[in-house]
Design a protein around this ligand. Structure first.
Ligand code: KIV
Length: 277
């Protein structure tokens, strides 16, 4: 049985911290699920860490669905959330509904996430009314990176802080079950967390959020193009992989791999017969 949005909301009332992580493929999602992480986001960050794009902007619905299906196949317990890509929920509410439905019907996800506050509140409301749970995402919203002018901490002026609080409230009123706060000053995240009845999930938003999310490639030290300030590397897999690859190359070149342990054989007389033919 998968985790439900009600269980996630209850975690806030019980003051139980919520752990969330991204995953993009079957094998990794299986490990994340088996570790007991209740919320998995198939983030559009896959554009950078899986597909080598410079930002999340080129990511398409088809790419998201492809990866969501793999993550869903790898999981039994986690609630899987599909991240709606750039411009898939802005053009009209019916486009947003159609694309959100694709995550659930084709992808097998249990919820969707989208970026924005007041401006997307009506869209969130309609998606929720149609039975699809929605997670909001405010603060630094990477799909608006050109408008925001870079990966900067948001909500630093009184007006910007007030706007963020309004955005958070608009999402709550629209029926979102949780909201991601990205690159928000810790004291402001604390205030938003106190004001909302739904959980806040922080990334670069301090300790006082109801939960935390990280990009798995950052957390495992797999993605070395850049390491965001808010990311902590709990492992350095890139180094381990490089060592393993160097060992593999050396053993193949030296004729040390494969050994009999990694090979199979056939009957000697059959081999002799084949050699004579
Ligand atoms: O795409 C993503 O991975 C995200 C998280 C960083 C919240 O949106």
């Amino acid at each position: 049985m998968r985790v439900t949005i009600n269980e996630i909301k209850e975690m806030k009332s019980k003051q139980e911290k919520i752990v969330m992580l991204t995953a993009y493929d079957y094998s990794t999602a299986k490990l994340v699920d088996e570790a007991g992480i209740p919320l998995i986001l198939v983030g559009d960050s896959l554009g950078m860490v899986m597909l080598g794009y410079e930002s999340t902007i080129p990511v398409t619905m088809d790419e998201m669905i492809h990866h969501t299906k793999a993550v869903v196949r790898g999981t039994k317990q986690a609630l899987v959330i599909g991240d709606m890509p750039f411009m898939t929920y802005h053009t009209s509410i019916s486009d947003a509904l159609r694309n959100a439905a694709r995550f659930i019907q084709e992808g097998g996800a249990q919820a969707v996430k989208l970026e924005g506050g007041v401006t997307v509140a009506e869209t969130v409301k309609r998606i929720v009314e149609c039975g699809i749970p929605v997670m909001g995402h405010i603060g630094l919203t990477p799909q608006s990176i050109h408008q925001l002018g870079g990966h900067k901490v948001q909500g630093k002026t009184p007006e910007a802080a007030e706007r963020l609080l309004k955005d958070a409230r608009a999402l709550e009123q629209a029926g979102a079950f949780a909201v991601v706060l990205e690159l928000v000053p810790a004291p402001l995240s604390k205030l938003i967390t106190q004001k909302l009845s739904i959980p806040t999930i922080g990334i670069g938003a301090g300790l006082e959020c109801d939960g935390q999310i990280q990009v798995i490639s950052d957390l495992l030290g797999l993605f070395s193009d850049f390491v965001p300030k808010h990311a902590k590397q709990y492992a350095k897999l890139a180094g381990l992989i490089k060592t393993a690859l160097a060992d593999y190359i050396a053993e193949v070149k030296a004729g040390k791999f494969p050994t009999t342990e990694h090979s199979s054989t056939i009957n000697e007389s059959l081999l002799e017969e084949l050699a004579r033919a």
